[in-house]
Design a protein around this ligand. Structure first.
Ligand code: 6PG
Length: 242
């Protein structure tokens, strides 16, 4: 993809969470109307979610104006510890956000594709149109992680979801990495429809894939970029080998 990725290096995972929270809050304050934030799964955002639950940070968020979405979901019930939105809900959303502002991907459908269709309808109704307008991004802030194979959300290398241009959300019958459960993922167009895309990447285990991403343009995490604003790679020193 074409848009540039700006790299910001911070000391450690704690500093990463503070930097991510600061950027999220800045985006919230840059918009005086209704705000849409898309969260992510995996282990990287957990510290950020814990931070948002603290008084210092939660009082900076106008909860009545913010809607919370999720970029991908593992096709397991919310009671399963692997459910992405359940982690965010338990850590901060259920206590702080109005219930009708929390938009999970439901996993009680017969198939991931049915769940994808349902979420796509929800996103389109929230957005108020069936087509994305580059001048009117769907999300104010898009949080993402990077997997060991270069995936982001549940867009795995070589999977058909990557070339999807019409559907906003799609089922992924088989994951490429652990946990090996089916997934439901936003496709590239809605991921890109944001004012800021922030990849949070921490730890020495991410060094190899970051190195690969800097050389192999075709990996999914390189194909996801904000079309309307900034794309940031927020990393800690261990992840970049400093
Ligand atoms: C998921 C994710 C996925 C994740 C990356 C990074 O459901 O697994 O949303 O895209 O962000 O795999 O995961 P870590 O933060 O655990 O490294």
């Amino acid at each position: 993809m074409t848009q540039k990725l700006q790299r910001i290096v911070v000391a450690d995972p704690a500093a990463l969470a503070v930097a991510a929270a600061g950027r999220m809050v800045a985006r919230i304050h840059a918009n005086s109307g209704r705000i849409a934030i898309c969260l992510t799964g995996g282990s990287s955002p957990k510290q950020l979610y814990q931070l948002l639950a603290t008084d210092d940070w939660s009082r900076q968020i106008p909860w009545g104006r913010v809607h919370w979405f999720i970029g991908d979901e593992r096709f397991v019930p919310p009671s399963d510890a692997r459910n992405n939105m359940a982690v965010a809900r338990e850590t901060f959303l259920d206590r702080l956000a109005p219930k009708e502002h929390i938009h999970p991907i439901s996993t009680d459908t017969a198939t991931p594709d049915e769940s994808a269709e349902r979420y796509e309808r929800e996103l389109k109704s929230f957005y108020g149109a069936d087509d994305l307008d580059p001048k009117r991004p769907l999300f104010d802030f898009m949080l993402l992680g990077v997997g060991p194979d270069g995936h982001t959300a549940s867009m795995f290398p070589g999977y058909p979801a990557l070339s999807e241009t019409k559907r906003w959300v799609t089922g992924v019958p088989q994951a490429h990495v652990e946990p090996f459960v089916p997934r439901v993922t936003l496709t590239l167009p809605p991921l890109a429809s944001c004012r800021e895309m922030l990849f949070e990447v921490a730890g020495a285990s991410k060094r190899a894939i970051l190195d690969k991403l800097s050389k192999d343009e075709s990996l999914p995490a390189n194909q996801a970029r904000s079309i309307a604003g900034e794309s940031i790679l927020l990393v800690d020193r261990a992840a970049v080998g400093e």
